[in-house]
Design a protein around this ligand. Structure first.
Ligand code: F6P
Length: 496
């Protein structure tokens, strides 16, 4: 059992006192890595807290586990697999890196062929996938593809046919490339959506709809069996987890929609963060410091949630991307060797977009009874070109919210008082391009890993999603005895 006593005994001091007591606080608790400025000075981290977390990291062999991950050892112990997403960025054991390069080369060749007209006139890309097979591509296209997108790209994930019909109404079936993204190539929602998309193409006179399908998968045999020609199957390794897969062929919509050089820059930016994470001492290591703050709030202050707010419209999908990354990775109750963890694991990740969120949920952050560590993510270079200074307002609002959360305000009227001492961290990107976004996402991945190692859990499996899937399948086949409530709901909806 890891010893958390030094961390649990850390003195509780107000943020404003911490600033007053240490003139170097800002320098000590901020870092610049890969075009991103990180500022944790408005969290309760102190030199003492960092030292206590470093000791825990040593006891939990963070350095050894980090090397084991990069080295291709089977750190995903419950599935007996290596963890290979960093190899996609060129950082990992040579065999995994070489394989990832081959897969990327295959993807590039197919994109070149499509661009040269091998599949006819393609103007639309309909990408079907769910979870990690959709959230990453969606984030990349939404963040980077506003100005210069080569194709109309739509990402459809939900099994609700409304999502697919929205796209059918916009796209020309004879100019659509159908991209089926599924690591397993068995996910019910994806396979049903894919079949319906083939039906839509067929009904609209496309002669050979399967001739317009690209499959992104770690299970090529299944994709071929489903009807995809082997030349249009883009594989990736089993060791690349779904929520860590946007760097692999799952990133195809970004690679084709934003261009190959943008995709390469994304990988390079992530690689830079990988090297920073791998080589920096923990007290100046961005993913480690962020994880220390996360753990301070969950373990010492008993925070049950954390809230990233993107103060940039282009990053509006980041909070939902992070929800899967963090909650699917670390929402566990047992350690890697199957023992009860005995302490809270991942907080609930929620969040939104600034400034909208200020007019909706910030009331609770400032005056509610829950302590919520907030994270502001903002970009110095504006995404808009409007004459009025929208971007100035956007950034000043983000910074002012952080200051207000920390400072608070005493008023005679309790309803108008703000307790203050509420923590926030700020991630300030120089610009939003593929390279910086790659570094940002890789930062979050490694932060999630550090959280997992310090808690002693395996961040790379996700067995918790299986039971509901199994029961839905059984219900569809009529072979499940449900409780009275569920049976009644099925009957009322006419599904029995
Ligand atoms: O249900 C969870 C999950 O397994 C995720 O981890 C994964 O990203 C998603 O489903 C999609 O899985 P697949 O890529 O195999 O279709």
């Amino acid at each position: 059992m890891a010893d958390w006593s030094a961390i649990e005994a850390l003195p509780a001091r107000r943020l404003t006192e911490l600033f007053d007591a240490d003139t170097d606080r800002l320098a000590r608790l901020s870092l610049d890595v890969a075009g991103i400025h990180f500022d944790w000075s408005k969290t309760h981290l102190t030199a003492e807290a960092i030292a206590a977390f470093e000791a825990l990291a040593k006891a939990q062999d963070l350095a050894g586990k980090r090397e084991a991950m990069f080295g291709g050892e089977h750190v995903n112990v419950t599935e007996d697999r290596p963890v290979e997403h960093t190899a996609e960025r060129g950082e990992g054991n040579p065999e995994s890196v070489a394989r990832a390069r081959q897969f990327h080369a295959r993807m590039r060749a197919l994109i070149d062929a499509i661009e040269a007209g091998a599949l006819g006139d393609i103007r639309h890309v309909l990408h079907i996938g769910i979870g990690g097979s959709a959230l990453g591509p969606d984030l990349l296209i939404d963040a980077l593809g506003r100005e210069d997108r080569r194709y109309d790209v739509a990402i459809v994930s939900n099994v609700d046919g409304v999502a697919l019909e929205d796209v059918f109404a916009k796209f020309d079936p004879s100019a659509t490339l159908l991209v089926i993204a599924s690591k397993t190539f068995t996910t019910t929602e994806t396979m049903l959506n894919a079949a319906s998309a083939i039906g839509w193409m067929t009904e609209n006179g496309v002669d050979d709809p399967y001739g317009r399908v690209v499959a992104l998968t770690a299970n090529p045999a299944k994709a071929i069996e489903w009807g995809v020609d082997e030349t249009r199957v883009l594989p990736f390794s089993e060791g690349v987890g779904g929520r860590y897969s946007l760097w692999s062929s799952i990133g195809f919509p970004a690679a084709i929609g934003l261009g190959w050089s943008a995709f390469e820059e994304l990988l390079e930016g992530a690689g830079e963060m990988d090297r920073h994470f791998r080589l920096s001492a923990l007290h100046e290591n961005a993913p480690a410091l962020a994880a220390f703050a996360d753990l301070y709030y969950t373990q010492v202050r008993h925070c049950e949630t954390r809230a990233p707010f993107a103060y940039d419209e282009r990053l509006r999908l980041l909070p939902s991307y992070l929800q899967q990354l963090e909650m699917e990775s670390n929402g566990k109750s047992v350690t890697a060797d199957g023992q009860p963890v005995g302490r809270p694991t991942a907080p609930i990740t929620w969040g939104g977009v600034g400034t909208d969120a200020q007019h909706a949920v910030f009331q609770l952050l400032h005056q509610g009874t829950h302590l919520v560590p907030v994270e502001f993510i903002a970009v110095i270079e504006a995404g808009d070109t409007l004459a009025e200074d929208h971007h100035r307002q956007l950034l000043l609002n983000a910074f002012a919210q952080g200051a207000a959360l920390m400072k608070g305000k005493q008023a005679e009227d309790p309803a108008r008082s703000y307790p203050g001492d509420r923590p926030s961290s700020t991630l300030l990107l120089d610009t939003l391009d593929a390279r910086t976004l790659g570094a940002l996402i890789a930062f979050y991945e490694h932060r999630t890993f550090v959280n997992g190692v310090l808690l002693g859990i395996n961040s790379f499996d996700q067995f918790g999603v299986e039971l509901g899937k199994e029961m839905a399948k059984a219900a569809d086949q009529g072979g499940q005895d449900f409780d009275p409530s569920t049976t009644d709901l099925i009957r009322r909806a006419g599904l029995d």
